[in-house]
Ligand binder design. Structure first.
Ligand SMILES: [Zn+2]
Length: 113
């Protein structure tokens, strides 16, 4: 399974495409396909057919997956799109940090062994 540079809950900005410059929170990641779902980004229109006679068909808007390489994490401290790196602190704790300002983004939880 490929590791993504972003994860669910991350605040990101979109780098390319029709939603370039938009900010949003990652709802879901698909590491196998390298794609992410972002709140309010890449809204797709779906036509829904009524399944029963008493239901109404219509149009719903929902997010569609975009490539993870098109998004970048926004650092909570410097408020800029930031590259992150993994660092191991003296305590042995593994963290993701902003390469620009060194802000700890989050703690990397190891999978239980
Ligand atoms: Zn930063």
């Amino acid at each position: 399974m490929k590791k993504l540079h972003v994860r669910a809950g991350d605040n990101i900005t979109v780098l390319t495409g029709k939603d370039k410059g938009k900010h949003g929170k990652i709802i879901e990641v698909n590491p196998d396909k390298g794609r992410v779902l972002v709140e309010g980004v890449n809204m797709a229109t779906k036509h829904v057919k009524p399944k029963r006679m008493d239901q109404q068909g219509g149009i719903i808007h929902q997010e569609a997956y975009i490539d993870a390489s098109n998004v970048m994490l926004i650092c909570s401290k410097c408020k800029k799109p930031a590259r992150t790196e993994r660092r191991i602190e003296d305590s042995g704790r593994k963290v993701r940090v902003c390469k620009k300002c060194g802000q700890v983004i989050d703690v990397i939880k190891e999978a239980a062994k």
